[in-house]
Write a protein that binds this ligand. Structure first.
Ligand SMILES: C[S@@+](CC[C@H](N)C(=O)[O-])C[C@H]1O[C@@H](n2cnc3c(N)ncnc32)[C@H](O)[C@@H]1O
Length: 251
């Protein structure tokens, strides 16, 4: 298996930690994504690559009827344990186990970069009703916060962070122009150890060997314990939701 495939498949080994330590999604981002559908009441929404349900929970809380699709068994098990009132199905973005034109919106949270987009885009177009929305969102560190940039540098090992430019990859004849907006967000962490636990749920940390992971963790802890922003008790990690949306055109 190549590195990309190993990373895409790495999350399940730490599914419980993922559910405990990854941030959720801002409700404003969910609402903006659905704006092209007018006044959304109870929409049929697909959360594709749903993981442990971080985004799914927000969609359910907004009152939508949600189907969560996720290929990794441990992630899906965690989702079912944590999010109720959801239809949870095993499946991939390249072969979605959902009927043609059966959903109003497809959400992809911090996962679009793992898809084989040549196959995933026609599949997403197939399941969406005309006028429906595809939205890809990522929760990322706020790039304007100096200590977070420093933490990224301190935690860089032999495997890089990965994210493609979605304005290019979401361009497809079945969809209109890509729109983009960012939303401020935060994640509360009780201690430096908790923030290190969050970083350890990223695929670049999951695929390295124990020795490298321990060395990076020691560096991160030493850094966070030395910084006034993070050394004393609970702190908010400044984040940003980057949200992209495209509307499904009629055939
Ligand atoms: C970083 S996690 C994001 C999970 C969740 N959406 C969230 O926001 O927390 C990436 C997820 O993509 C899933 N994934 C990887 N490749 C996939 C594919 N080809 N089709 C669907 N899901 C995939 C992984 O199993 C993992 O659960």
């Amino acid at each position: 298996m190549d590195l990309h495939a190993r990373r895409a498949d790495s999350f399940g080994a730490q599914a419980h930690a993922y559910a405990e330590h990854r941030p959720d999604y801002p409700v404003a981002a969910i609402r903006w994504a659905l704006e092209p559908l007018g006044k959304p009441e109870r929409l049929e929404v697909l959360d594709l690559a749903a993981g442990t349900g971080k985004l799914t929970a927000g969609l359910v809380a907004e009152g939508h009827h949600v189907t969560a699709v996720e290929p990794n068994e441990q992630m899906l098990t965690e989702l079912v344990r944590r999010v109720h009132d959801v239809r949870a199905l095993p499946g991939h973005a390249e072969h979605i186990p959902v009927r043609d034109q059966s959903v109003d919106a497809v959400f992809v949270g911090t996962a679009f970069h793992w898809f084989d987009q040549e196959k995933a885009m026609p599949e997403i177009a197939r399941v969406l009703r005309p006028g429906g929305v595809l939205t890809a969102m990522w929760i990322l560190p706020d790039p304007d916060v100096e200590w977070l940039g420093e933490l990224e540098r301190v935690s860089t090992g032999s495997v890089e962070s990965q994210k493609q430019d979605p304005t290019g990859v979401m361009t497809h004849p079945a969809f209109g122009a890509v729109e983009w907006k960012t939303f401020p967000h935060v994640q509360r962490r009780e201690s430096p150890e908790e923030l290190v636990a969050t970083v350890n749920t990223h695929s670049r940390m999951l695929v390295v060997d124990d020795e490298e992971r321990s060395a990076i963790n020691e560096k991160m802890l030493a850094f966070l314990r030395s910084r006034p922003e993070t050394s004393n008790g609970p702190f908010d990690v400044p984040l940003r939701a980057e949200v992209f949306r495209v509307v499904r055109l009629s055939d």
